[in-house]
Design a protein around this ligand. Sequence first.
Ligand SMILES: *Cc1c(COP(=O)(O)O)cnc(C)c1O
Length: 231
Amino acid sequence: MKKIIQKNYKAVLDEINETIYKYNRKNVKLIAVSKTFPKEFIEYCYESGQKLFGENKAQELKNKSEFFSNHKDIEWHFIGQLQTNKIKYIVPICEYIHSVYREKELIEIDKKAKKFNKKQKILIEINSGEDSKSGIAIEQFDYFYELSKKYENIIVSGLMTVPPYTQDKEKLKEIFNSLKNIRDKIYIKDTNFKELSFGMSNDFKIAIECGATFLRIGSKIFGNRNYGSGV
Ligand SMILES: *Cc1c(COP(=O)(O)O)cnc(C)c1O
């Protein structure tokens, strides 16, 4: 597996770099989405130079981050549905929480960030369609942004979305561009609000073209996921 993962990883990096060059982009960061995959897979990818990893379950994140506690330069990103009672595990570990869209999550993140004496960077998740139940409707953005800004220990750092699984490039561009427009508008007055988290294995090139700053790529690096029973 080591050879396969390292080869996949290099191929993904090459494609990303070509696309960055083509569209003259800067500040595009790759998050290797390691959810459901064993720790060794993270190690192989890390050995090839990858530092940002994404997980979507609090317990799995905690186990993996403890296992890699001697790899001080790993940066963990939480990209999954939040459960309020598990935020206490996520905050001390993660550089960014990508998937925030409910007031109760803001309250709990702020509380735990205070406790751990940190300012937690978060992204606001926008719902862009059928395939995802999470995120706020784009029309609710202004309201939720103003709400988020009230919390002292939270740094509102941008937007995230999971688009519908589609080959329709125009549809994807429309979704990504609508997020970019919001980001550009807010960034003028709030320079912390700079990140755009979209672009997965099947749409990352369009995402780069449309301004993504965080790509979240899993299966193209690690292979197909087996969620096991009950997931
Ligand atoms: C699993 C997951 C990804 C990675 O998806 P791939 O298609 O495997 O690249 C990205 N973002 C989120 C929120 C995910 O849950």
